[in-house]
Design a protein. Sequence first.
Length: 352
Amino acid sequence: MTATETTDRAQIPVTVLTGYLGAGKTTLLNRILTENHGQRYAVIVNEFGEVGIDNDLLVESDEEIFEMNNGCICCTVRGDLIRTVQNLMKRRGAFDAIVVETTGVADPAPVAQTFFMDDDVRKAAKLDAVVTVVDARHVLQRLEDTAEAEDQIAFADVVLLNKTDLVGVEELTAVEARIRSINPYAVLHRTERCAIDLKAVLDRGAFDLDRILSLDPHFLEHGHHAHECSPDCDHDHHGHGHHHSHDGHAHDAPHSVKSISLTAGELDPQMFFPWINQVTQVQGPNILRLKGILAFKDDPQRYVIQGVHMIVEGDHQRDWKTGEERVSRLVFIGRDLNWDVLKQSFAACAAG
Ligand SMILES: Nc1nc2c(ncn2[C@@H]2O[C@H](COP(=O)(O)OP(=O)(O)OP(=O)(O)O)[C@@H](O)[C@H]2O)c(=O)[nH]1
């Protein structure tokens, strides 16, 4: 056995899971956490928005979940992510592989870079593949109005073209052709609710550094960063033309996407459902994502609501635990949303 082979085996494989807001990353992660694949995964979740909801939307499992919700992953990539991986490495016997779920608005490059740039991380972990989940229904629109959707596809080693149930055959063919025009190299699978043999996604040994360097010749250079950051992030700001600001309750992201978090106590379902239907009908085009965990009066179970544009679905999740505070939390991520109106009208859904 050569020295290289020894090093390779000592490195823990890392899958970077990316895809635009609402594409189906958590759906895939839940499969990874529940299916019987014989591997133990440590999961690192980065969340956009103030109220930690993504963690609550993951199924309960024995796997380890680490949440980093201090905003855009690009801003924390050389800090939190490195520290999280280093901490994980102290207990490396406890798991076989790592999955990093990135925020829906992030460019995956800084996440992938971390596994090449930091010496300690590089010794311990090896980028296995970038897996990009694509929402077949909304991706063409996203490619028009954002840069991240294209970056995520360009970077992919594996693409899951998801939500095939929401489009017709012709549209699906057109979407697939568009993805192929951005990235002809990735292995592409069509999926519904990310149903796929996980062998197609995990432990692929697929990350192709040469191809990434041909896309981005500066990929391995320290301080190189093709993304917009907040003024208070701690990384090197060479070559930055833009800033986004943080103003208390709303977080800016590229292309004026903002998130707003609303909290209330118990809600009256007779008030809430007509309200959310009306909000998504009227403001749907601007709502990239909504998610919430709700406490309805006299309902022993937590209710989870999720949406992308006008498509909203909800279901009971599990019983509220004894001692768990029955609060309702709702996050909207979108453009040009009227925060004050949303806040007030949500508050009006409180159970009397
Ligand atoms: N109709 C349909 N809905 C889907 C499919 N896959 C996922 N969904 C739904 O789409 C919504 C978003 O799915 P998630 O898995 O939470 O998406 P995500 O990429 O993790 O979302 P963010 O973390 O907000 O970026 C949820 O309501 C899912 O139930 C699918 O194939 N078809």
